[in-house]
Design a protein around this ligand. Sequence first.
Ligand SMILES: [Zn+2]
Length: 255
Amino acid sequence: MMVGKRVAEVKPRSRRYFLPITFTPLIPIDIASIYHGPLPKRLALCTPDTKAAILAVAGDLNTLGFGLRLSDLFRSHDAQQQAHLDFVQGRKKAFSPAAGGSMHEAGRAMDIDLSSIGVPLAKFWEIAAARGFTPIIDKPDPKRSESWHFDCRGSHDLVYRYAASGKAGTVAAPYTQMAQSGIAAIGVVLDAVQAQDVAFLQAGVIRLGGDPGKIDGVMGDRTTGSLKDLGADMDAPAAWMDAKLQASFTVEYGG
Ligand SMILES: [Zn+2]
C-alpha cells in the first residue's frame, strides 16, 4: 500500500519532495572557514544537533588556544553529483560518492582544516567523539585521504549498525544506507529508491528499532509488517512516523 493518498511529489528545482510532515531542519551556522571569512552561506547549513556539535568542538579548541576552520559542510544533491563527477573524471583527487551516499547531503558531515586544530589528530578524535562526531577512517593518520571528514550520525547511526548487521542486504554499504536515512530525514530526493515517502518510513522504522530490510522505497510485506510491529497507525503512517521521530530524537529537530 502507499502512504495515504498524498504520495511524494518531487520538486526538481530544489530536489526536495513533499510530505505533510516536519522534516529534520537544516539551519545556518556561523563558523570559520579556509576561505576568506566564515563558511559561505550555501555550505553553512546543517541539522540542529550537528550545529551544536560543531560549535561545541570549536569551543573546546578555543579553550585550548586553537580553532576550528571548515572547508565543507552541506552539499546539495547537485553539488554532490558534481563532486562525484569531478572525482570520477580526475579533476578532484579525494573520493566523492555519487549523490545519495554522502552525509554532507544530510547536513551531517564536516570537512575540517587539519592545520587549524592545533592538537594532534588523535587528540582531536577524542574531542570530536565526546561531542558526537565519528571519523570516517579507522586510524587518526593525518596523511590519509578523508582524515579531515567527520560525521554527526545522530540516530542514523542505528541505520549504520542495522545494515552492518546484515539485515538490510548488501546492495548498498552500511555507510551509504546511513547517508540515505539522513538525506531522507531532511526531505531531499534519493535517486536510488522508488517512492520517497516509503523510503522515509523505512529509514524511520530502522531508527526506531524495527526491521524493514533495506531502504528501497518499496512498500512490501516486510516494511508493512515492521510498521505494524512498532504499532504504527496504518491509516496515516507518515504522520505517525513524524510524531514518533520528533518525540524520540528531539535534539535533531532543534528541541
Ligand atoms: Zn567530507
